[in-house]
Design a protein around this ligand. Structure first.
Ligand code: BGC
Length: 395
């Protein structure tokens, strides 16, 4: 399966070279079929372009990622580079370092340099609208990458994982491992400035809510969640009220401090065998460390997402219970596919859409996989995503 996706990436890159060469010359752009969805691409031999100098294609696509401080986005950078450099194609990747002003400056920099498509993960989904508007005004297409840019019509396309499934799989893991009633549940969420934090929470709530309502779980750290326990579907405002109490802001220190504050307020009866919904791997490790250090906590189950290397080691060591694996190679492939279509003046193939507050943005989304100790070898090592040598204690 992974071999296939590499094969597909190479095909897509071959098409990209062809298309970009065509854009730069007097030849008409290649027909849409050549940039068709990956599964339909022709064998590599047929798709390989004639000698196209990398200079002919450089500078047409730029990439903006939110921060280098989280392994998740460094991973995306590495996977983009692997994919693009394999085809001899250099692409500028700029990081916003958690700062929307820097992010806008980065977008303006790419516009000045003459890119035609920006693959863009916003630091703050709403604040990024101004940068997307500036790109649109300059005739540059925007692909929202992993996180949706909100409240603007300047987003052409969205490539994402199935974020609802991420939250649902995290919650399902807790549910599958709970017995009886009165199980203490601690909820944590991502940053309220990230649209995904709402989708992850919505997915988790859809699975947890009936079991909070029937007493299987008792939420210990959010009075808003307790007050809404009987509501299966929450409005965005209601979600925001809960997230406001349990946000980690996607920050390890904030996560650790919040978990410690929750544990300080909780009584010994609120602890024991606890269940923790942690939104991603970085925050999961921080929260897990805080719970592990509390002597009233007998055992804990904690979720995560991203299959970050450090969390995979935590899972092997029994310090994190699960992660949701999002194969970044697929997202990179989807983004490049979309860039090719947009450079040709075509609409990228979409399997649905996401409303960003102003428009329905055509989207394609990739599936995600639950990984725990039982399938870590198969899902992450045998698949070639990581090397066994990156870890200790693998069986
Ligand atoms: C991404 C996650 C990531 C989180 C924090 C989310 O938008 O989907 O993969 O862990 O942001 O950066």
């Amino acid at each position: 399966m992974f071999k296939k996706s590499w094969f597909v990436i190479l095909l897509v890159l071959a098409s990209l070279l062809l298309v970009l060469a065509a854009c730069g010359g007097s030849e008409p752009a290649a027909p849409a079929e050549e940039a068709a969805p990956a599964e339909e691409a022709a064998p590599a031999e047929e798709a390989a372009p004639a000698e196209v100098a990398p200079e002919a294609v450089a500078g047409k696509v730029g990439i903006i990622l939110p921060t280098k401080d989280e392994p998740r986005w460094v991973q995306d950078e590495a996977r983009f580079k692997e994919a693009l450099e394999a085809a001899g194609y250099e692409v500028e990747i700029l990081f916003s370092q958690g700062d929307s002003a820097k992010e806008k400056a980065n977008v303006e920099d790419l516009i000045t340099k003459g890119v035609k498509v920006i693959i863009f993960t916003p630091q703050d989904g709403t604040a990024a609208a101004a940068a997307a508007d500036a790109a649109k005004e300059a005739g540059v297409s925007i692909i929202s990458y992993d996180r949706l840019i909100r409240d603007t019509d300047a987003v052409d396309y969205y490539v994402t994982f199935d974020s609802l499934a991420v939250g649902a799989q995290q919650a399902q893991y807790l549910v599958d491992n709970a017995e009886g009633t009165g199980n203490p549940l601690y909820l944590y969420a991502g940053a309220a400035s990230d649209n995904n934090a709402f989708i992850f929470f919505e997915g988790a709530w859809s699975v947890l809510q009936p079991l909070i309502a029937d007493g299987t779980f008792v939420v210990k750290n959010s009075s808003e969640a307790v007050a809404l326990a009987d509501k299966a579907e929450l409005t965005r405002e209601e979600q925001a009220a809960i997230i406001g109490q349990i946000t980690t802001n996607w920050d390890f220190n904030t996560a650790k401090n919040l978990a410690e504050a929750n544990l300080t307020v909780a009584t010994a009866e609120d602890k024991g065998n606890v269940f923790i919904l942690a939104p991603n791997d970085g925050t999961a490790r921080a929260i897990a460390d805080a719970f592990a250090a509390d002597s009233d906590v007998t055992s804990y189950l904690v979720t995560g997402q991203d299959a970050e290397q450090a969390s995979v080691q935590y899972i092997i060591d029994g310090k994190q219970s699960m992660t949701v694996f999002k194969d970044v190679r697929t997202l990179v492939n989807d983004a490049i596919n979309a860039a090719i279509a947009l450079l040709q003046g075509n609409a990228p193939a979409a399997s649905g859409s996401y409303n960003n507050g102003v428009v329905d943005v055509p989207a394609i989304q990739s599936p995600v996989v639950t990984v725990d100790r039982n399938n870590v070898q198969e899902a992450l090592i045998d698949s070639g995503y990581y090397d066994a040598a990156d870890f200790t204690g693998l069986e």
